[in-house]
Design a protein around this ligand. Structure first.
Ligand code: SF4
Length: 134
């Protein structure tokens, strides 16, 4: 049976036709060899990255963006999202700071990708408003 999939490795988004027969994987429609690697990984161990947001305790900056530092197994995405959902950040985390190290033992950290909360809290401290008020 031939499977069709879109290679998401680069913006070309090649439409791949992938056939697995007797343990061999044949790929057509790819403009470069990375399409074969993508299709093979999709059939054997699909991986994805996660970019999301987590909530904070500060109403002026209610959410901050986060991502995982490396791809994780596709079937674990919702497990990671369930870990992120109850989090309420109350620390001055900024870009690159680790929010969760080795999330669920998957070998990927969840890191913050913006300085918006850090800058907001620094500004509050400058104004003498304290950083832990909501
Ligand atoms: S097959 Fe190559 S050119 Fe096509 S989307 Fe994948 S990486 Fe890009």
């Amino acid at each position: 049976m031939i499977k069709e999939m879109i290679c998401i490795t680069c913006p070309n988004g090649c439409a791949l036709q992938v056939e697995e027969k007797d343990g061999a994987i044949t790929v057509t429609g790819n403009k470069c060899p990375r399409g074969v690697a993508f299709a093979t990984a999709e059939l054997t161990h699909p991986m994805r990255t996660i970019c999301s947001t987590v909530r904070t305790i500060y109403k002026e900056v209610p959410v901050i963006p986060v991502r995982v530092t490396t791809e994780i197994p596709k079937q674990r995405i919702f497990d990671v999202m369930r870990v992120l959902d109850p989090i309420r950040v109350d620390q001055p985390l900024g870009r690159g700071d680790v929010l969760i190290a080795d999330v669920l033992g998957l070998g990927a950290d969840v890191i913050v990708t913006s300085n918006v909360l850090k800058e907001y809290l620094a500004d509050r401290i400058l104004k003498g408003e304290g950083k832990h008020e909501q």
